[in-house]
Write a protein that binds this ligand. Structure first.
Ligand code: DGL
Length: 266
């Protein structure tokens, strides 16, 4: 039986945090990852831009790679486009990612939960509906983090630290006591790559949560077929931006040493 890959995309390197969880959960599957760095960041652009990019990438992954499932490894693109992609590709299993508010509720004792995400995610109808459905169970302090995904994309450590300091400061007091934020949701797939700084700033009593593992488990559940053999899966990495940036990030965060190809667009 032929091995068919799973397609994964994000506006850039952030979705590698999801790919990491996917490779752990599904070690025998092949993956094709597209970093749309040439059109990033998504989080500060309008829906039309994000929807257009999501459509073009999905069409490419189907036509050129014959993917058997799609993982939208981006909160912003999920919020803007998953409903349209599901309508337009009814036979393709599509998994998205959204800020982990429910897992945060299960963890928080102070019932004060911080949510860091892009402006696009926090302003979306999908996120507002999720927030409203849980609003009575805790107080969610939502912080749009303009520029943070871009700084992570560029691996600009000084800027990453400055922005993390500014945004955590703006959210209020972190800690285990009543009235303090004891759980911080990383609602953008880029932010786990800044978690060392965020955890230092929030302090040891604060739990950081992202959705990598639940997304990987959901992908396994939705897969129409599992890989027929038990050899390790392969990854193909593609980018619409700079190859070196994706290659370095994949090496650094996933110990993934594979060549990165440029995705040339018409
Ligand atoms: N990584 C993306 C997300 O999860 C967005 C980053 C961006 O391009 O703004 O929302």
């Amino acid at each position: 039986m032929k091995r068919t890959p799973i397609g994964v995309f994000d506006s850039g390197i952030g979705g590698l945090s999801i790919l990491k969880a996917l490779r752990t959960e599904l070690p025998h599957e092949d993956f094709v990852y597209i970093a749309d760095s040439g059109h990033a960041p998504y989080g500060e652009r309008d829906d039309a831009h994000v929807i257009g990019r999501s459509r073009a990438i999905t069409a490419h992954l189907r036509a050129e790679h014959g993917i058997k499932a799609l993982v939208i490894a981006c909160n912003t693109a999920t919020a803007a486009a998953i409903h349209l992609l599901r309508q337009e590709h009814p036979t393709l299993p599509i998994v998205g990612v959204e800020p982990a508010l429910k897992p945060a509720l299960a963890l928080s004792k102070t019932r004060r939960i911080g949510v860091m995400a892009t402006r696009g995610t926090l302003g979306s109808a999908k996120f507002r509906a999720l927030l409203e459905s849980l609003a009575e169970q805790a107080e969610f302090v939502c912080q749009p983090c303009d520029g943070l995904a871009d700084a992570i994309e560029r691996q600009d450590t000084a800027k990453i630290i400055a922005l993390c300091t500014y945004y955590t400061g703006a959210m209020g007091q972190f800690g285990p006591k009543e009235g303090e934020i004891d759980t911080l949701v990383l609602g953008c797939t880029h932010y786990p790559f800044a978690s060392q700084h965020l955890s230092r700033l929030a302090g040891p009593a604060v739990g950081l949560i992202d959705n990598g593992e639940p997304v990987a488990r959901q992908t396994r559940r939705l897969l129409p077929t599992l890989s027929p053999d038990a050899t390790p899966g392969h990854c193909v990495l593609l980018t619409t931006g700079e190859r070196k940036a994706l290659q370095n990030a994949a090496q650094h965060w996933l110990a993934l040493d594979c060549p990165v190809e440029s995705l040339l667009e018409d």
